[in-house]
Design a protein around this ligand. Structure first.
Ligand code: GDP
Length: 197
């Protein structure tokens, strides 16, 4: 799947400009700095070529990419800048809320969580939305090379315990490191199952 060419094809600031759904979609969400760009790069090996900036101060949009004619990858704007203005936060919330709750093509949200820091209130907010709309999601623990293996295991257990009640929509937890490459193939395999063959 990830040998297919990655191509940027749409950016949306408002829900009315979401592209017409044509392929199954997997969206990537998480706090800013969680390692989303690095993970997308590790997964596709083409991210650097197409990536548009979502650094603080830039316009924040939902960005849509095609992996050949198999799967769409959707980059949700990172959240949790301590200094994000209220109106920026509200706009983000509305846009992401609209996307995760109404998007018919959305098959999976990969919610990235930094292994060292665990889940934060904004992550729980997003989970709350996905539960309401019954959107399938999967926690992806990132940067596992940066913490001792015991702490990775502890964090994974803590999160699984936390999400136990929502078994029907929660997909197996993934443990990855873009730096060491650990878990990347496993995540690729999981996502390939969603793609159109
Ligand atoms: P984004 O803001 O979520 O797109 O995060 P980036 O991919 O830009 O990464 C944020 C910071 O985390 C950068 O300094 C990266 O070098 C670092 N980082 C990303 N992935 C990893 C990883 O797998 N291991 C380690 N140790 N650091 C990482």
């Amino acid at each position: 799947l990830f040998r297919n060419r990655l191509e940027f094809y749409a950016a949306a600031k408002v829900a009315s400009s979401f592209p017409v759904p044509d392929l199954p979609e997997v969206a990537f969400a998480g706090r800013s700095n969680v390692g989303k760009s690095s993970l997308l790069n590790a997964l596709t090996r083409q991210w650097g070529v197409v990536r548009t900036s979502d650094k603080p101060g830039h316009t924040r949009t939902i960005n849509f990419f095609k992996l050949g004619t198999k799967l769409n990858l959707v980059d949700l704007p990172g959240y949790g800048f301590a200094y994000a203005k209220e109106e920026v936060k509200d706009a983000w919330e509305e846009l992401v809320k609209e996307y995760v709750t109404t998007r018919s093509a959305l098959q999976r949200v990969c919610l990235l969580v930094d292994t060292k820091w665990g889940m934060k209130p904004r992550d729980h907010e997003l989970i709350g939305l996905m539960e309401k709309s019954q959107t399938k999601y999967q926690i992806v623990l990132t940067k596992t090379d940066a913490v001792p293996p015991m702490d990775v295991a502890r964090r994974a257990m803590q999160i699984e315990e936390n999400l136990k009640a929502n078994r029907s929509i929660v997909q197996p937890l993934m443990i990855v490191s873009s730096r060491s490459g650990a878990g990347i193939r496993c995540l690729r395999t999981a996502l390939a199952k969603i793609s159109r063959f």
